[in-house]
Write a protein that binds this ligand. Structure first.
Ligand SMILES: Cc1cc2nc3c(=O)[nH]c(=O)nc-3n(C[C@H](O)[C@H](O)[C@H](O)COP(=O)(O)OP(=O)(O)OC[C@H]3O[C@@H](n4cnc5c(N)ncnc54)[C@H](O)[C@@H]3O)c2cc1C
Length: 415
């Protein structure tokens, strides 16, 4: 789509969502100015690349869309317009190869974000997108101009008029990378409904003893099954790996279940989870082994030789079962298969990988324009959706950035 009239669009926020909107807009023939509070764009994107950037997932689209839970109906249309396959093709066109890992997750060949971001920014600059760094958006003035705080002593507050605005301000985790959630009151003052930001893909606190914490913090608990019952009474069971932290647990398995665990804590004050330390063995077999005569051997060396329970698994068992259960082979066997652990709080928002909450979809039209603020569009993690890690976060940011960019073009065209 190309416009005859030279419209200008201001994008606030230079993460993946804002940059994708910029790409769509310059292709549409619009003058694009992108503002960001930080000295450079894409800081969280680069951080995501440090742990081996997982950019999307190869599973079929209907399964993919299901990862957005109750927001599937809002995110699915965005994904249909910019599918994970199309996202991969777009990355390849930037000269970055991708591959599908054994889990179905998609990664850039070099497992990093920097080469992709470099190539992308080069293309955007060549196309004429103007970048304005260290420009913190402060809201609107009485003439609907965007207000920015700048480091320029003579022009500390700059006013910008644009024909349309795209807000892509991110969520509220890792505030040091730029997305700090301080935009929430700016939109609420304009009557926009924003759900409070909550930690997503986060770790949880529990009460470890000093001894356990000192000895095992940083140790991975490999291949366990975690089960718990959510607020709707549905039991969840998932296999994976957990990382012991000084005050609790985190890691892939925990992140995958974190939304339900967080919500249960919000309702009950705590959540009871159960760990199966030996998912490959059935309970009766485990009990037979714990009850097997052990002579003068201690229970811990008996567990190690008969069941391979040692290290952090052995430590966790000692930590969580009482002396009486530990001395009773039958109850101990049952505990190995269903070890109760109470989680008392999610880790703070700033430590989470992403945030839930944000601008309510109900306040937006299907082009992601805020109904109450015609010409103002929203994209990325600042929208009220959440998803597990696995490439689902970035994919929805890219897809919503594209939808908001196209929405702005359509809106300008209609004027
Ligand atoms: C450690 C870590 C690892 C991750 N790994 C993955 C992964 O492997 N796969 C995956 O899919 N996702 C991952 N994510 C999540 C992913 O990085 C984010 O979901 C994504 O970056 C969000 O994109 P966004 O464009 O919506 O916002 P952001 O990338 O947060 O960008 C928002 C921008 O807005 C700017 N801004 C905010 N407020 C203002 C203001 N008032 N004025 C001006 N500018 C402002 C910020 O400076 C920032 O540049 C990870 C996140 C973290 C923290």
């Amino acid at each position: 789509m190309s416009l005859n009239k030279p419209f200008s669009v201001a994008i606030v926020g230079g993460g993946p969502a804002g940059l994708m909107a910029a790409e769509v807009l310059f292709q549409g023939g619009v003058k694009v100015d992108l503002f960001d509070a930080m000295p450079s764009v894409g800081r969280k994107f680069l951080m995501a690349g440090k742990g081996g950037m997982n950019i999307t997932h190869s599973e079929p689209l209907h399964a993919f869309a299901g990862r957005y839970g109750s927001r599937e109906k809002n995110i699915a249309p965005l994904l249909e317009s910019f599918t994970p396959e199309a996202l991969r093709a777009w990355i390849h066109a930037l000269g970055i190869e991708t591959f599908v890992g054994s889990s179905g997750r998609v990664f850039p060949r070099e497992m990093k974000a920097a080469p992709l971001l470099r190539a992308w920014l080069h293309r955007l600059r060549e196309a004429g997108v103007s970048f304005h760094m260290r420009h913190r958006w402060l809201g609107w003035d009485e003439h609907n101009a965007l207000r920015f705080a700048t480091p320029d002593a003579e022009n500390a507050e700059k006013l910008v008029q644009a024909d349309a605005v795209i807000l892509a301000l991110g969520g509220g985790s890792w505030a040091q990378l730029g997305s700090d959630g301080l935009w929430i009151p700016l939109l609420e003052q304009r009557g926009v409904s924003v759900a409070p930001l909550k930690p997503a893909n986060c770790g949880f606190d529990t009460h470890w003893s000093e001894h356990f914490s000192t000895r095992f913090a940083g140790e991975p608990l490999k291949t366990v099954v975690l089960s718990y019952t959510d607020i709707a009474g549905i039991e969840h069971r998932k296999q994976g790996e957990i990382m012991i932290t000084a005050g609790g647990i985190e890691g892939g398995l925990i992140y995958a279940l974190s939304a339900g665990l967080r919500d249960k804590i919000a309702e009950n004050g705590h959540v009871q989870i159960y760990l199966d330390l030996l998912p490959g063995k059935d309970e009766q077999l485990v009990i037979n082994e714990t009850a097997h005569p052990r002579g003068s051997r201690s229970m811990s060396s008996h567990l190690q030789s008969r069941l391979g329970i040692k290290g952090v698994k052995a430590g966790l068992l000692r930590e969580l079962v009482g002396v009486e259960v530990y001395a009773d082979p039958k109850r101990l066997g049952a505990a190995i298969k269903r070890l109760p652990l109470t989680l008392i709080a999610p880790r703070p928002l700033n430590e989470a990988i992403s945030s839930a909450g944000g601008v309510a979809f109900e306040t937006l039209d299907e082009q992601l324009m805020i109904r109450k603020l015609p010409g103002v569009f929203c994209a990325g993690e600042m929208l009220d959706w959440e998803a597990p890690t696995g490439g689902y976060l970035l994919t929805a940011c890219f897809a919503s950035g594209k939808a908001a960019g196209l929405g702005a073009l359509n809106w300008l065209k209609s004027r």
